[in-house]
Design a protein around this ligand. Structure first.
Ligand SMILES: Cc1cc2nc3c(=O)[nH]c(=O)nc-3n(C[C@H](O)[C@H](O)[C@H](O)COP(=O)(O)OP(=O)(O)OC[C@H]3O[C@@H](n4cnc5c(N)ncnc54)[C@H](O)[C@@H]3O)c2cc1C
Length: 391
């Protein structure tokens, strides 16, 4: 077993780290105040290829392994979360539906656009009455002659919807069929009948948006159907494996950033005649944080490796575990960091409370922590049943 990163990936991570420090982090406070992501930062993300880290080179991406992609995400997570929503999310749920199941024509038309960041992709699965239980979705896909489908329904919380040039919309031929009835369609922004509804203000994530997507007699060519009728749910879950693997790495990067800030604060602030870090209570907090980050990092890298080398089942379970462990870990690290900073940590003068709010969502989106436990438990039971183990 090899624990050091290969030299090429190590130097890639150093390069992204430097880019984040010099070209992204300086904009953090402005984004939080104004809700605007500066064009210079977007241009930097594009120049670095961060909209297409894991997209094959044949379609304009960097063609990195999932581990290479996760190493970049880990660094991006050290800056304002808007950067990750725009670039990282584009790599997984924005591009993967076409990468996995698009026709050659769709891949050639859209993947280079997405990988370059010229077009942002959105993934429209969730509905007001279908979140965790996504197979209950009601958006309807009706066949309209041999060459078209007509979509009707509405989606909610769709990341980047107002900025997106392209949507993957999940819709059903018949809600009573559950997951088997769901199909996935590529819908270009501006297609008549596709409208962006209300933007939902979230607890955190200024500079990024999450909105309703409304489909009213939206007619899409049958060539935009991904993978065939009834394949949509499977496609969604496969894309979410990539998303969850990235989110695991995101949590590690955000937590590392917090830990570094906490160590710096504990090294400079004095109470009762000595530095904070010389009080055992604080020393132990920092040690627990470092151990938790290290554990989650190993799990995140393993999930990335399984994404590239494992069976579909291994990939799904490892991604779910990584997101579950990372989401919990980063919240504990954020809370401990805020505590170490005291009043300053809770104030908006420093980025701690922002990161604390930003990272809370990982327990909810791309599948809640309860759904991650469900995936892991079901895999566990399948394994036990295969072994026919006595209970
Ligand atoms: C910032 C943000 C961005 C998002 N971006 C997107 C996007 O781009 N595209 C998209 O399609 N969706 C997106 N979502 C939606 C997100 O995926 C859903 O919010 C999530 O899947 C949970 O669904 P829900 O909110 O309907 O909660 P519900 O499904 O109503 O669940 C409510 C609570 O009950 C728990 N629960 C549900 N069922 C069970 C069970 N069987 N056992 C135990 N507990 C259970 C859940 O874990 C949760 O805690 C986004 C959400 C947010 C907040």
């Amino acid at each position: 077993m090899q624990f050091a990163l290969p030299a090429d990936l190590d130097s890639w991570q150093q390069r992204v780290r430097q880019f984040v420090r010099e070209e992204l982090q300086p904009h953090d406070a402005t984004i939080e105040a104004s809700g605007e992501v500066p064009e210079a930062a977007m241009a930097g993300l594009r120049r670095m290829g961060l909209f297409g880290t894991n997209t094959p080179t044949a379609y304009g991406g960097l063609g990195l392994s999932m581990l290479g992609s996760c190493l970049a995400i880990e660094e991006i997570a050290k800056a304002h979360t808007a950067f990750y929503y725009l670039s990282g999310v584009n790599v997984h749920i924005g591009s993967k539906p076409i990468e996995f199941e698009g026709s050659e024509a769709l891949k050639r038309r859209w993947l280079p656009e997405l990988a370059s960041g010229r077009t942002i992709g959105a993934f429209a699965l969730t509905e007001a009455d279908a979140g965790s239980d996504a197979a209950r979705l009601k958006t309807e896909a009706r066949r309209d002659g041999p060459g078209h489908y007509v979509l009707n329904g509405s989606k909610i919380y769709i990341t980047n919807a107002p900025e997106a040039g392209l949507f993957t919309v999940f819709a059903t031929a018949d809600p009573s069929l559950g997951a088997r009835g769901v199909s996935a369609f590529v819908v270009e922004a501006g297609t008549p009948g596709l409208k962006i509804g209300r933007t939902i203000e979230m607890s955190a994530g200024r500079g990024s948006s999450h909105a309703e997507v409304i489909l009213e007699d939206c007619r899409v060519p049958a060539t935009n159907l991904l993978g065939g009728e009834g394949k949509g749910f499977e496609i969604a879950m496969r894309c979410l494996d990539a998303g969850r693997t990235h989110w695991g790495a995101y949590c590690v990067g955000a937590a590392q950033q917090l830990l570094d800030l906490a160590v710096a604060r504990a090294s400079s602030r004095e109470t009762f005649g000595r530095r904070l870090r010389e009080h055992q209570g604080i020393e132990w907090m920092l040690a627990d944080m470092a151990a938790a980050v290290h554990g989650a990092r190993l799990v995140a890298y393993e999930a990335a490796w399984r994404y590239d080398h494992g069976t579909p089942g291994e990939r799904t379970r490892a991604a779910a575990m990584s997101k579950l462990i990372g989401a919990d870990m980063v919240q504990r690290v954020a809370d401990a960091t805020l505590q170490i900073f005291g009043g300053a940590g809770y104030s908006k003068d420093l980025p701690i409370e922002r990161i604390w709010r930003e990272t809370r969502v990982v327990r909810i989106l791309d599948g809640t922590s309860e759904m991650m436990r469900r995936i892991v438990a079901r895999d566990l039971f399948r394994e036990a049943d295969r072994r026919n183990a006595p209970l």
